[in-house]
Design a protein around this ligand. Sequence first.
Ligand code: CTP
Length: 395
Amino acid sequence: MLKNKEILLGITGGIAAYKSVLLLRKLTKAKANVNVIMTEHAKQFVGPLTFQTLSGNPVTSDLFTLFRSSEIGHVALADKADLLVIAPATANIIGKIANGIGDDFLTTMVMATTVPVLFAPSMNVHMYHSPIVQSNIEKLKSFGYFFIDPIEGELACKVDGKGRMAEVDDILEEIAILIHQKDLKNKKILITAGPTLEDIDPVRFISNNSSGKMGYALARMAIRRGAEVMLISGPSNLDIPYKAKAIKVRTADEMSEAVMKHYTNYDIIIKSAAVADFKTKSYSQHKIKKITDNLTIELTKNQDILKNLGSCKGDRLLVGFAAESENFIDNALGKLREKGVDLMVVNDISNKKIGFQSDYNECHLIFKDGSTRHIPFMDKDRVADDILDAIKSLI
Ligand code: CTP
């Protein structure tokens, strides 16, 4: 996603500057080339050598630096970038830029660049809420600059409130969103993910091995591509993707209820959840005691959410997932026709390197006309991107 992207990381004089070390590390891990620009105040918090070592590029501060001996520094860097992120952005830098002051390398470069500029403000809660700072932020937003809001928490000044710099992972995701081509803009996508869990008694349940990783990757990538996403997720340890609307459910019945309540607001529905096929016929209010040698629990079929959607979806695009261990193309084509699905994503669950819990996947796409496409072994983000490409080709 950020591979070979040219990112400018502006650092100003706030205590959150130490978190920018982690941001830089994550950007370089994602294979972006990062050039760091520090204000003089920023150097009071973290030394330039740290950023220089981690970025592999010289850190710039001096306005009168020449880039590669003859190019004018702030212009040359601004020209070759994909995005400039200022994290942390103090009230001072926001105020200077909003009012046209260019008295150092960073402020001058903001004016010299045409690429997206993202500010991650960090300051005392009262400063953040002051009309001066707020009007400067509004002014910059009206000019097309981007902001990722600070979060609530204990601030360095020991006061609780909104002023902590946004989480590094969220800043990273916001950068990915800003850089990505918005080919799913104005599309509304509902995605189900994870397992469902069917209770037997207050301590036991039936579930399956789904981690939710594929559905969460689809949500993340769709958001990067400009879509509005609602994620309806069964129990999963994963964080809800940045900017996704989310509903957490437990059972197949709860998932069905949430899907049926919301699907009419969406153009595309992707059912990647591993819905439990059966639930117990009757739930035991008390813990079942082991007083017998054998125990029989009667199960009853859950409703098939995908099939229900297939019969009422109208002209919405419906994408199903099929987990198969044999004859997977034929079985999946059968499911596609039986459930009224437009596109089926088939996982071969006998392949231990992919699928449940894994960060990787390999699958086949089955289209309504019986044609198929193979998505090779890749990480789930890239598989999600290929699935979204196929969806895009159908809308
Ligand atoms: N699905 C569903 N509701 C269910 C069962 C499955 O919505 N009660 C959906 C899944 O989200 C998936 C698709 O149906 O998109 C196929 O699921 P899969 O488990 O492969 O197949 P099943 O239809 O359950 O059939 P079987 O288990 O017999 O293979």
